[in-house]
Design a protein around this ligand. Structure first.
Ligand code: OXD
Ligand code: MN
Length: 611
């Protein structure tokens, strides 16, 4: 690094020596032409530069559009590793590798890889400033891609000033994201050069070979989940989970209840987080949004569980977002919000964007429309006519403040007390609408055995359950048995523990395959029952796998559901559950050091079902 660059860093206000040393080290390795320290205040200028350079296109007034490289469209689980210096950190799902080995490999791949480019220095905070976990949220990401910077500005709090309030200027996550030459990285071949590594015990994240989503916005998944869950365990202080977080205020009683929970992908987590109360329930309930993807949880001084969303934005899947599924999300990405869309379809003439499920049919007039790869729709032939216009993993990035239902206290440093933790997946049979448990080990057991049906396209196992503990399978950073133990330790300290529940909006009629439950806004009814149950006003029916509502307890006003469907939604099929317990046994057997109390729950349920 030249003296002038060091001076440039000084001028940009970087007096933190640890940050300067970190930047210097990586400038020497990646050899960029320029270094630029950015803050959220640079957004308008960077947007203009990206527009001028053709990296972004306008998507109507105050909205932007980006097409990624066609091979760089999703997180890559196979290329993602967690590395530490302790072999005992190897788990079933964390792709553990030795820290030194991984560090050497990625360093070598990044050598000279930013030649001719600008290396952006992005100091960020994945936390509400001033909160008890803020120090764990400090990070500095280096990236050589401007659209990554612009998305980081939407997803995290960005700026060097955020470090001024932190006690230890050296305690920050060091992240490096180098895009690399995406045409030459051998995607999907045995010689695939990409590597996305969290070196957790060094609090270092090195991601080589992408400028897309979770691979590149290092604050989000790599720091907010993998690194943070490792930090939470190593410090013994908190949990970091792929959870949504919402609040429900009952205006009749004036009480607000906060519910957080994990759902494997494609199980409707963002839609639930942004849900509105069903029309038929009038204006009694107000649902508020805290976050759709990450919650950090800790024990408050009053013996309650507290939670906060460390993100500052929403990086949502766009597919199927419409007025019925998620009106709040549509509002959050309206013109003027600064939203960045990636990989949807765009019209050259009008700047309009479209994705599958936005409207029942694509626009009739094809003129000007290009699909996510940039090809004109009008030029499609017979063989490509039915291809999707948008990529199934196309996304929007928008700031939290654009979400119309965002809670007034979403940015309060103290966090919010949590009343309930829910787990849910897409399950066509067996799982009732909701089952509740008050016992901590039962709640943790339920999280560990969470699964969702794989879709044929994604897994080649159509309809089969893919277990996804706590919805953290792709983000696990340490062994699953230890993970369960840490949950029991943190939540075991609570004087006022939350209630747990398992929800399933996706049960189908076995004969004709239709969904038995209307879903979307109506899902709130299941959560309202859970609150009633917690408050002792709805006893439910006790089963081997938890308490489920009786049909009359589940408020169904204004819903016209056949009684037989309601019954099926609220019934436990013992034979089907026995089969499931056998599979769960195999799933849990993979995990070393599983706490005894978790095994006991499994054995008790198995025995009770068999009676
Ligand atoms: C994810 C995401 O990949 O939130 O889960 O982007
Ligand atoms: Mn996620």
């Amino acid at each position: 690094m030249t003296t002038t660059t060091i001076q440039a860093l000084d001028v940009a206000g970087v007096t933190n020596e640890a940050i300067r040393d970190f930047v210097l080290e990586w400038v020497t390795i990646t050899t960029p032409a320029r270094v630029e320290v950015v803050s959220a205040a640079d957004d308008a200028r960077l947007l203009q530069e990206a527009l001028d350079a053709g990296e972004l296109l306008q998507a109507g007034e105050g909205r932007y559009y980006n097409r990624s490289h066609v091979k760089d469209t999703a997180r890559s689980e196979e290329r993602t590793v967690v590395a530490t210096s302790r072999p005992t950190d190897r788990g079933v799902y964390n792709n553990w590798r030795p820290a030194d080995e991984v560090d050497a490999i990625v360093r070598e791949r990044m050598r000279g890889a930013s030649a001719g480019k600008t290396l952006y220095v992005v100091p960020y905070l994945m936390a509400v400033p001033g909160g008890p976990l803020a120090s764990f949220g400090a990070g500095v990401q280096l990236t050589d891609d401007r659209t990554v910077v612009l998305q980081m500005i939407r997803m995290a709090r960005v700026g060097i000033h955020l470090f001024e309030e932190l006690d230890d200027p050296e305690f920050f996550v060091r992240g490096v994201n180098i895009k690399g030459d995406l045409d030459a990285l051998g995607h999907g071949t045995p010689d695939d050069q990409r590597m996305f590594a969290t070196i957790a015990d060094r609090r270092t994240i090195l991601h080589y070979g992408s400028a897309y989503g979770g691979n590149a916005l290092l604050g989000k998944i790599a720091h907010g989940l993998r690194q943070a869950s490792y930090d939470g365990w190593a410090s013994g202080r908190f949990l970091a989970e792929q959870f949504m977080l919402l609040g429900i205020t009952d205006k009749q009683t004036g009480r607000t209840y906060r519910v957080c929970g994990g759902f494997p992908s494609a199980s409707g987590k963002t839609n639930l987080a942004m849900t509105l109360s069903p029309d038929a329930l009038g204006d009694r309930y107000e649902v508020e949004f805290y976050g759709d993807d990450i919650a950090w949880l800790w024990v408050g001084e009053d013996g309650r569980l507290y939670g906060m969303n460390p993100e500052n934005g929403v990086f949502g899947v766009v597919k199927d977002t419409n007025e019925m599924t998620n009106p709040a999300a549509l509002d959050a990405i309206r013109p003027g919000t600064g939203t960045i869309f990636t990989n949807v379809a765009r019209n050259d003439l009008t700047g309009e964007v479209w994705w599958e499920g936005k409207t029942p049919e694509p626009p009739e007039q094809l003129e000007g429309w290009r699909d996510w790869t940039g090809k004109l729709i009008a030029d499609r032939d017979e063989s490509t006519r039915d291809n999707p216009w948008a990529h199934p993993n196309s996304r929007f990035a928008t700031a939290l403040t654009n979400v119309p239902t965002v809670a007034f206290d979403a940015d309060h440093p103290a966090g919010v007390p949590i009343d309930a933790i829910i787990f849910g997946g897409r399950t066509r049979d067996r799982e009732p609408l909701i089952r509740a448990f008050t016992d901590l080990a039962e709640g943790v057991y339920d999280g560990l055995t969470l699964g969702a049906e794989a879709t044929f396209a994604a897994e080649g196992l159509d309809g089969q359950l893919r277990y996804d503990p706590m919805s953290m399978r792709p983000f696990m950073s340490y062994p699953e048995g230890k993970y369960a133990e840490h949950w029991l330790t943190i939540l075991g300290q609570l004087q006022h523990p939350p209630i747990f529940a398992h929800v399933n909006w996706f049960q189908r009629d076995p004969d004709d395959g239709r969904f038995l439950w209307p879903g979307y806004r109506e899902n709130l009814r299941a959560l309202l029952w859970l609150i009633e149950h917690k408050e002792g006003r709805a006893n439910g029916q006790t089963t081997a796998v938890g308490v489920i509502p009786t049909p009359d307890e589940l408020g169904l006003d204004g819903l016209d559901l056949p009684a037989c469907d309601v019954e099926r939604l609220l019934t436990i099929d013992n034979a089907r559950w026995c089969e499931e317990m056998r599979r769960r046994g195999e799933h849990l057997a993979q995990f070393a050091d599983l706490p005894e109390s978790i095994r006991s729950v499994h054995e008790r349920i198995t025995a009770e079902l068999g009676q």
